[in-house]
Design a binder for this molecule. Sequence first.
Ligand code: ADP
Ligand code: MG
Length: 399
Amino acid sequence: MSKKIVSDLGVTGKKVLMRVDFNVPMKDGKITDDNRIVAAIPTIKYVLDNGGKIIAFSHLGKVKTEDDLKTKSLKPVAERLSEILKMPVEFIPDTRGKELEDAVNALKNGEILMFENTRFEDLKDKKESKNNPELGKYWASLGDIFVNDAFGAAHRGHASNLGIASNIGKGNTAAGFLMEKEIKFIGEAVDSPVRPLIAILGGAKVSDKIGVIENLLVKADKILIGGAMMFTFLKALGKNVGSSLVEEDKLELAKSLFDKSYGKLVLPIDTVVAKKFENDSPYKTVSVDSIPSDEMGLDIGAGTIELFSKEIAKAKTVIWNGPMGVFEMPNFAKGTIGICEAIANLKGATTIIGGGDSAAAAISLGYGEKFTHISTGGGASLEYLEGRDLPGVSSISDK
Ligand code: ADP
Ligand code: MG
């Protein structure tokens, strides 16, 4: 189903409620990475340039104690947004009340204000996170239309997305440009991919990714498995995996996923092993049939990189979630680099990364520009890959 985009709504002279994902990392009251603010700029600019009045809001971390009200204020975020936009961004240090209402009514066309962390409402009764009906209704009453650009929060049905969308009136909710990209790339890749669709799954745990594996077993033409999760599969198939990370309680599940995959699941043929979980631990590449009992697999081997690269070379769509090895340690990053390289060499294919660490890996290894789309939402992109309905997406008005 095709969803409304901000450019499908008339914004001129309108009070535009805008849910953004400004859940940025902070240290000692300072923003350490403003990527999420930068990513929302196209939508914000579009509305301002077209004479809309923006009321912007976001969550920041989790709010459980009075102390969180001091450390999790969005004030520094509003200041950074103002620097980036090179214009004033009025900050209202509350999530409701007269000051906020007066400020909203005083907004002129092309002006923007931001209010406080939506999760300040969680301190009592978790009003934001439990989608308290009064709260969604109240926030919706502050504006004329609702633009949701917070894909990173779309897997949650909170007052600041679902609650507002349910109360703002039919046809009045649209996706921002960031949300549009996520729906387009992940949504299309999973629902109507140009084939062959090759999925590459890795990362720490099978248990985190069961839903993703199950959905992609149906949708994808091949699934290449790397990362620590490969050892749960290998052990389930009767191999000795030494001291590699294994989820003993998922062995049966891994076996049954493998058996019902009809050859779609491709497992590594070799692995890079070391005695210790340390970059400086001496390492070597061994066949998955001869992993020493006192060593652990920390990466896929060169033979597997070659095998996987051949599969990737046939792809018209690639979905990647989860690094192939402990990419944070340079000696065990080669598998992840090899896969980045194979994807970078693809021509005319749509290539997508979903997952926080996978995105960080590709970017830190220098391949950020080589992908068609790197998802901004860790948890949300995983749930989207599982084929689940995301409340933040489904509550956007249909075209
Ligand atoms: P994402 O955030 O992209 O969904 P995950 O959180 O599932 O990815 O997994 C990322 C983590 O998996 C990384 O920190 C990486 O070091 C770890 N990892 C990958 N391969 C192994 C391995 N063989 N042994 C232990 N940890 C691994
Ligand atoms: Mg992760």
